[in-house]
Structures are given as structure tokens and as C-alpha cells.
Design a protein around this ligand. Sequence first.
Ligand SMILES: O=C[C@H](O)COP(=O)(O)O
Length: 331
Amino acid sequence: MPTTVPAYGKEAAERLASMADVTADDRALRRFLHGLPGVDAVGLQARAATLGTRSIKTTAKAYAIDLAISMIDLTTLEGADTPGKVRSLCAKGINPDPTDRTAPQVAAICVYGDMVATAKEALKGSGIHVAAVATAFPSGRAALPVKLADTRDAVAAGADEIDMVIDRGAFLSGRYLGVFEEIRQVKDACVREDGTAAHLKVIFETGELQTYDNVRRASWLAMLAGADFIKTSTGKVAVNATPPVTLVLLEAVRDFRAAVGVQVGVKPAGGIRTSKDAIKYLVMVNETLGGEWLSPDWFRFGASSLLNDLLMQRQKLSTGRYSGPDYVTVD
Ligand SMILES: O=C[C@H](O)COP(=O)(O)O
């Protein structure tokens, strides 16, 4: 079985190795995570609110709408999903606006593992990735071998990206090394026979992590374990992505790159439905991380209905009016 060789480059690999002692045992990891600076909740919420009030010009808005479309992981994660529904979602991802071929494609189609082959076939030649949720999504409640089998299955079926959930019970009980090891093993399960690997997104379910300090600790834990992306939520609990919680993730990837030299992506997911909200997130990325993260390689929106609103706003900008109710397909 091949093992993960991070494509970080020599210098970054050395810096990561020099941080290895923080993950040497449970006590060292706890000391490191609890030694991270605490999050000033009031300041964080104020910063997120201020960034959300920035006004942007119409030309910048058109650019932002197209960028946001290109960053969507267009998602269907329902027990009632069918191959037909997945195929039509893929068709929509490839050609979001049949009346306007200039509309960009989405970044990925996100499905349960058993739908990966269907999505892969439907997206053939488009360049759009297939993302699969795995590791007993959304609860994460299964034995590790089951989670690894879930991951390997999705990768074997052709998943380009794996969205795993962490074990929140273990994390909240302070069993950090257990969570770290689980992420490491899932990362290894992402490696294909040819040595290439599916990208790993690590979902925290921030709505269950209780404090911003915990969100910051989970971010560092996942990045140390090899996450390619860190992701807020499953979209399946009462509180999903919020601007303040996403800001904690953005600050963590910024600080991780400054410390280790490795760039990690961010994916807020769940409850992001309007263009206005999406643009607020893009402003937050730009102001916190700069242009280097403003690409689908480094920032994604996990969303099921955001695309429709972006398409409606896009058409409003180009024609000056909203289209009728039949303009967008209802998924
Ligand atoms: O990861 C994506 C979410 O499951 C989608 O959530 P949403 O339906 O609230 O957009």
C-alpha cells in the first residue's frame, strides 16, 4: 500500500518535520494546541461584521460573481439522491446558464461515495472535480476501519477530493492525538495505486465545537495532520458556516503558511445561499489572505442553492432585470 508523500517541497517538509515534536504524543499535542493564542470573540465578530459591510463597484461585483461560481462545490447530499439527480446536477455544473455560455463552470460536484462513479462519468472531459463525503459523514460515528474503507471506496470509484468529518466526540474529550491519527490514516487512504492522491478536506462541524478557541485548535490539528483544505461544516446541523468561524479558519491557514510554508485551502459550507453572502466571504478572503487564496484551488463554497442566486444576480447585472422564475433550475 503506498503511503502519503506530501507534495510540499523539501524546505516545507523540513519545517514540518521540525514541528513533528508537537505531535509526538498526546501531552505534546495538547500543550501545543492549548498554547495557541486564544480567540478574542468580540474582536473576531466585529472584524467579520466590518468586512461584511464593504461596498464594491459593479465591475468588481461581476468579477466576484463569476469567481464565486467557479469556487462552488455544487452539492447534493440527500438520502433520496438518485443517479438521475446527480447527472442533472453535473450538467448544471458544466453549463450553469444554458442561455449564456460565458457563465463559468463550478469547481466540483459533491456527493455521497456511492454516487462518485455516476458523477465521474457525467463530468468526463469537463475538468470539474468529483468530491465525495466520507468517514461516516455527517456524524463521523463509525469504527476507523469502516471510515477508511469508505474513503478507499470513493477514491477507487474516481473521487478527486475527499471531504472527511472529524470525530467531534474525541476532539471535545481532548483526545487530540486520536483525531490527528485518524486524519493521517484517512490521508493515506486517499492515495491511489499510481501514487497520486485525492485532495483531503477536513470538516470540523464548527457548530458542534462550542468555542472559537476549539475551532482554531481543530484547524491547526488538521493542518498538522496533512489536510489540503479545512472546512467548517457538513450542512447537516443547526449552525453551519458563519463569517466569524470562517475568519478563524482563514487566520489559521495564514498563520500556518507563515510558520510552515505550506498553503492550505478553506471551504465554508452550509447555509450560504445568496450572492451577497458569497461576496462578503470573498472580501474576507481578500482582506485576510490576499489574492493568492482567491482561486478555486484555495477557496471553495460548499453549497446546494447558492449557484441559482449567483446566476440570477449575474443576469441582472448583464440585462438590468431579473429573469422569470423558470430561469434557474430548481434542484
Ligand atoms: O457542503 C455543503 C452543504 O452540505 C450544503 O449546504 P446547503 O444546502 O446549506 O447549501
